[in-house]
Design a protein. Structure first.
Length: 276
């Protein structure tokens, strides 16, 4: 593996901060070498300086995306932090207008387990009301995997047996050892590319947003910018779930904490009615 100099490492620290808002510490130098080294091989480049020059070329946006994909961490699994899915169920069943579809956003969906868990919960509890789920991620590589809905069996251990039977298909033959989310459920989820550090695509508004285990990689300034951008899409009275190791203290006053890692966006109409 080609060695990386301190100057080159600082370049990639700045690169991923500018593109994804992620702060990489000096302790991650080996991680950068390990992940980007394969791109040097693929592009037949002698060192990281040559790769840096490649990333600066206007006609190499595909390589820029490949580097971003490799430098972003994508760790997820079905029913991760299960309390949040109880919150999702409660919000879906709460009294209120039901003329519009119930809409949920998995704002860092990775390979799709979070979004498909949402779909299972909503399909189970919403008998007649339509629902929509959007999953977004900065990595095009993981989004492609998410759209397939195909997972190794060992990654599906958190799914309740009743949901496994109802919403999943076990692979046979060449697909032995895998599980496929059923087509009807996959069709309720759309996966889109989005960078939370840039203006968002037109996603519409949401009743519930999961922004989990993302802010741990951001600086305080980036956290405030990302949360403000995300909350613009949350309906008044809607719920935001973040990672259990994260907090919105000093980040936003547009939401009120309901429980650890669970927040509700203030509803001006409800507040006005209470004051009246």
């Amino acid at each position: 593996m080609t060695d990386i100099t301190d100057t080159e490492f600082r370049y990639f620290q700045q690169f991923i901060f500018e593109h994804a808002g992620i702060s990489i510490s000096a302790a991650k130098k080996a991680l950068i070498c390990g992940r980007l080294g394969k791109r040097l091989q693929a592009r037949q480049l002698p060192d990281y300086r040559a790769y840096m020059a490649l990333l600066e070329r206007p006609d190499e946006q595909a390589e820029v995306q490949a580097a971003v994909d490799l430098l972003t961490t994508n760790e997820t699994y079905f029913f991760r932090e299960p309390r949040h899915f109880e919150v999702l169920r409660a919000q879906a069943l709460a009294p209120g207008p039901r003329s519009q579809p119930f809409r949920v956003w998995s704002a860092a969906s990775s390979t799709g387990e979070e979004a498909y868990t949402m779909a299972m919960v909503l399909a189970d509890c919403l008998a007649s009301r339509p629902f929509e789920i959007i999953g977004t991620d900065i990595s095009t590589r993981v989004l492609e995997k998410a759209r397939q809905g195909l997972y190794p069996l060992e990654r599906t251990q958190g799914i309740p047996p009743a949901f496994l039977k109802r919403y999943c298909l076990r692979g046979h033959g060449e697909y032995e050892g895998t599980l496929l989310v059923e087509r009807a459920l996959r069709e309720r989820v759309r996966f889109l590319h989005a960078n939370l550090n840039q203006p968002l695509p037109r996603l519409g508004s949401f009743d519930v947003i999961f922004l989990r285990n993302v802010m741990i990689y951001f600086s305080d300034t980036t956290k405030r910018e990302v949360v403000a951008r995300v909350l613009e899409t949350l309906k008044p009275g809607g719920v935001l779930c973040i990672g259990h190791s994260e907090s919105l203290h000093g980040v936003s006053d547009a939401v009120k904490q309901l429980a650890p890692s669970v927040y509700r966006k203030s509803d001006p109409l409800s507040r006005a009615a209470g004051e009246g």
